[in-house]
Design a protein around this ligand. Structure first.
Ligand code: ADP
Length: 430
């Protein structure tokens, strides 16, 4: 800049030193005219450079041809370098921001960034699908205008974020979210949304299970305790004593079968994948038939339908437990005189073990819940039949472990057919 000033001064002095003698020797007006023209030329030069700068500054581009004349070249050079550095810095920051956004999108939790007024600044696609947001159109909107569930609005209003909010989504049926608001920066908030549907369901199942087990055991225990108390307080004659003891024995047996079924279920659930033993099906079916006959004690007709071919690969004890439960259910839920048919069909496409009865049948509304623990169509009937409500849960788990499925067909009053279907890779010896 100093050089520019010196140069301007020198040019002015030079113009004056030319104009002065002309003004003195020719005419003062001519001298002034020369001086003015010289100054005008200088001004025109400066204006040209300024106009160039003005044009460039309206849309500053990193232009290698950006150059000025004279000392202006230095100014343009510095501006060029500054613009170039600035562009490089912006590009670097853009890249950093896009990495951060990509990281935000890659998160398996939903993330929403809110400003001090709880207006949406950013949300990842997981949060979009969880809360039904569309970041393109919802940016700048108050979150409570978009997520209107009262418990969520109250949580935001209360502003006590020491604990997460558990939100059962009204929008996405059955999904459960844990929403954690984390304050950061200047009154800003990061909202983290975890999908806890699965853990919430497991938690509920665990609580229901404990409640069910307690309930199932409490009933026979109460009856047993009542008998014990009666026997302690009242002098019973020998006949009554025998009757009471028989009833006590019945309740104890009931508790024992519940505990036994619970242990079977828990061992099937927690066991490693089943062994790949070859299960001799002819032998298994023969044993099942004998058990059925023993349980039926001549009250039913037991039939067998099998060509004796094919064996299964799996755990013999798991399969015996699953098939045994199907057989005992058929006997227990088929009135005397009915027929129970054991069916074994194996082919290279897969195999099926089915138990068909002519019993009481099941209304179709119960079918989807039949394999839930302690689910019974008729609680009293199941109890009278010595059921625990765990049989089909055991069957389902044992079959699952063998990649087999349970297919149930039933008509009230006509009978049921419970079929275990095995994939081809479990069938051998054909
Ligand atoms: P339970 O010990 O009560 O028999 P399960 O889990 O074995 O429990 O069966 C669940 C319910 O399914 C039973 O309570 C009964 O209502 C129904 N059920 C099972 N098998 C049959 C069948 N063969 N015929 C009719 N109802 C059945």
């Amino acid at each position: 800049m100093a050089a520019q000033k010196v140069r301007a001064l020198l040019l002015t002095v030079l113009s004056a030193s030319i104009a002065l003698p002309i003004g003195y020797f020719v005419a003062p007006s001519t001298g002034w005219a020369v001086f003015s023209v010289s100054l005008g030329l200088q001004l025109a030069f400066q204006f040209r450079q300024f106009a160039h700068l003005d044009r460039w500054s309206r849309s500053p581009a990193v232009d290698v041809n950006l150059e000025g004349e004279g000392e202006w070249d230095g100014v343009f050079g510095r501006l060029y370098r500054h613009e170039k550095d600035l562009r490089a810095e912006i590009a670097r920051r853009d890249e950093e921001i896009s990495h951060l956004l990509a990281a935000g999108q890659a998160l398996t939790d939903g993330v929403v960034l809110l400003d001090r007024l709880s207006q949406i600044q950013f949300c990842n696609s997981m949060a979009e699908s969880q809360l039904g947001l569309v970041v393109r159109t919802d940016r700048g909107q108050h979150i409570a205008n978009l997520v209107r569930q009262p418990e969520f609005v109250a949580y935001l209003d209360l502003a006590d974020f020491s604990r997460p909010l558990t939100l059962r989504s009204e929008r996405r049926d059955g999904r459960v979210y844990s929403i954690h608001v984390i304050p950061y920066g200047n009154d800003r908030r990061l909202m983290q949304i975890k999908d806890i549907t699965h853990t919430d369901r497991l938690d509920r199942m665990r609580r229901d299970f404990v409640a069910n087990v307690s309930h199932e055991l409490r009933t026979p225990l109460t009856v047993l305790a009542g008998f014990v108390e009666t026997m302690q307080e009242i002098e019973l004659d020998a006949e009554e004593q025998v009757r009471y003891l028989a009833m006590m024995g019945e309740q104890s047996k009931r508790m024992l079968s519940i505990v036994q079924d619970l242990l079977t279920l828990s061992s099937i659930e927690s066991a490693p994948p089943p062994a790949n033993d070859v299960v001799d099906m002819a032998n298994m079916i023969d044993k099942l038939r004998r058990d059925a006959e023993a349980l039926s004690a001549g009250r039913h007709v037991i039939e067998l339908e099998s060509d004796g071919l094919g064996d299964l690969r799996g755990s013999e004890s798991d399969l015996a437990s699953a098939f045994g439960n199907l057989v005992s259910n058929a006997i227990r839920y088929t009135p005397a005189g009915g027929t129970i048919r054991l069916i074994w069909r194996a082919s290279v496409q897969g195999a099926e073990f089915a138990v068909q009865d002519t019993g009481i049948g099941i209304d179709s509304i119960h079918l989807p819940r039949l394999t839930e623990r302690f689910y019974r169509v008729d609680r009293g009937r199941s109890r009278d039949a010595g059921g625990t409500g765990l049989g089909l849960a055991i069957v389902k788990h044992a079959l699952n472990r063998h990649q087999a499925i349970l297919d149930v067909r039933s008509t009230v009053g006509a009978g049921s057919r419970f079929a275990a279907r095995f994939p081809a890779n479990r069938v051998l010896g054909l």
